[in-house]
Design a protein around this ligand. Structure first.
Ligand SMILES: NC(=O)c1ccc[n+]([C@@H]2O[C@H](COP(=O)([O-])OP(=O)(O)OC[C@H]3O[C@@H](n4cnc5c(N)ncnc54)[C@H](O)[C@@H]3O)[C@@H](O)[C@H]2O)c1
Ligand SMILES: O=C(O)C(=O)C[C@@H](O)[C@H](O)[C@H](O)COP(=O)(O)O
Ligand SMILES: [Zn+2]
Length: 368
């Protein structure tokens, strides 16, 4: 097996084509040659989170240029608080000034906010141009760079504007994680641990046993866990790209209350992964109250999340405001929310028949 094959964590099959997710060390230098394999031939428009500029984005730019791609670079200060249409407008203006056309390729390099926002710009520019993701945060590696969900927030709710726009290539250089702050690492582990709880009991056991190694990125286990997480997401997206079936919706575990926490506390107050961790505890509380899981699994989830330094409770938030915010959940139909709930370790399902009193009790139980 060649090194490049070993780095292939998943091939995702979608209606917009199949794409490879490459996960490894120093793979950033392969960006140009990997892009050539997609057959894309236009100019590259690299939009990079300012924290990655000029290094290591220069390495990405040089790799693209070695691959024969004329490359233009835009560095943006980008975060949850400006994941909005004004920031998308900056990207549109830049593409317009440089006359980016339908043969060109937008490359998003940064965390999940960069990927979601730049992916949305690519989905809408000229009604859609190719996008490539170079995720640099853990959350973006294990989750957001795969699956084509792009979008931005509006004051009324999280990710309420967006499009499904699949990338042509995802290239993850795990070396980039060295500079990621510890709090951001924890937020990223939240999404990977989520994959364990909903879909893979063995991955969950690994996260449970090896928290210190995972957090320190020590040895091979963390990269293996990132690859496994990528593979899980890739399989789910390949099976249910547009979240119309019973598969992809499971990835939204913890997000109904999580997104409500992000909105009610003000975007950026809780990191997305932190809000999801608290949302997972609320969802576990609902499942326990419905008799779907026992207290032991709820405690296990709390322990695992705490071992990754994640919050499991929120403070200063109003229960009514949170419940109101859940109403704009994208899983809602005719005013009824489809809750993603655990049935056991590594096993989740959805329920629409959850009484509001049960939700209220479970939310109150995670509030200080
Ligand atoms: N589309 C999806 O399927 C999906 C999945 C999960 C999360 N998301 C979205 O992704 C966002 C969360 O992603 P995130 O946690 O990456 O947020 P983020 O993009 O804000 O990145 C987190 C922080 O880390 C910094 N950063 C990124 N890479 C770095 C590096 N290598 N070194 C140092 N600093 C670095 C960023 O500047 C930022 O301050 C949320 O908006 C969430 O809704 C989307
Ligand atoms: O890819 C998915 O599908 C997910 O639900 C993954 C989530 O972790 C992610 O936060 C996603 O952006 C949430 O999507 P939304 O449709 O609830 O906005
Ligand atoms: Zn998420």
């Amino acid at each position: 097996m060649s090194n490049q094959d070993q780095n292939l964590a998943a091939t995702v099959n979608t209606t917009q084509g199949s794409y490879r997710v490459i996960v490894g060390r120093d793979v950033i230098d392969d960006l140009g040659t990997e892009l050539q394999k997609t057959g894309l031939k236009g100019r590259a428009f690299l939009v990079v989170d300012e924290v990655m500029f000029p290094n290591p984005s220069r390495r990405a730019q040089e790799a693209l240029e070695r691959g024969g791609y004329e490359t233009h670079v835009l560095a943006l200060e980008i975060g949850e608080a400006n994941k909005n249409l004004e920031t998308v407008q900056i990207v549109y203006d830049w593409l317009a000034d440089l006359l980016a056309d339908r043969s060109d390729i937008v490359v998003a390099m940064g965390g999940g906010v960069t990927g979601d926002l730049v992916g949305f710009a690519a989905a809408t520019w000229l009604r859609g141009v190719a996008v490539v993701h170079v995720p640099t945060s853990l959350a973006a590696m294990v989750d957001s760079s795969i699956g084509g969900k792009t979008g931005v927030n509006i004051p009324k709710g999280k990710n309420l504007l967006g499009a499904f726009h699949q990338p042509k290539l995802v290239l993850q250089d795990v070396g980039h994680l060295k500079s990621l702050p510890a709090r951001e690492m924890s937020a990223g582990w939240a999404e990977a641990v989520k994959h364990g709880f909903i879909l893979d009991a063995q991955l969950l056991d690994t996260f449970e046993r090896l928290a210190p190694q995972m957090k320190a990125l020590a040895g091979e286990e963390p990269v293996a866990a990132i690859r496994r997480s990528v593979a899980i997401k890739g399989e789910i997206v390949s099976a249910d790209e547009f979240e119309t079936g019973d598969h992809r919706v499971l990835l939204n575990y913890g997000h109904t209350i999580g997104h409500a926490i992000e909105k009610v506390s003000g975007y950026g107050t809780y990191l997305h992964g932190e809000a999801v961790a608290i949302g997972m505890m609320a969802a576990a509380g609902i499942a326990e109250r419905l008799g779907m899981i026992d207290e032991e699994l709820v405690d296990r989830q709390r322990r695992v999340l705490e071992n990754y330094d994640l919050p499991v409770r929120a403070s200063g938030l109003d229960v009514d405001a949170l419940i109101e915010a859940t109403k704009s959940d994208k899983k809602s139909r005719g005013g009824t929310i489809r809750w993603v709930l655990l049935e056991g370790p590594g096993k989740a399902t959805t329920r629409r028949d959850v009484p509001e009193e049960v939700v209220r009790e479970a939310v109150l139980a995670i509030l200080d």
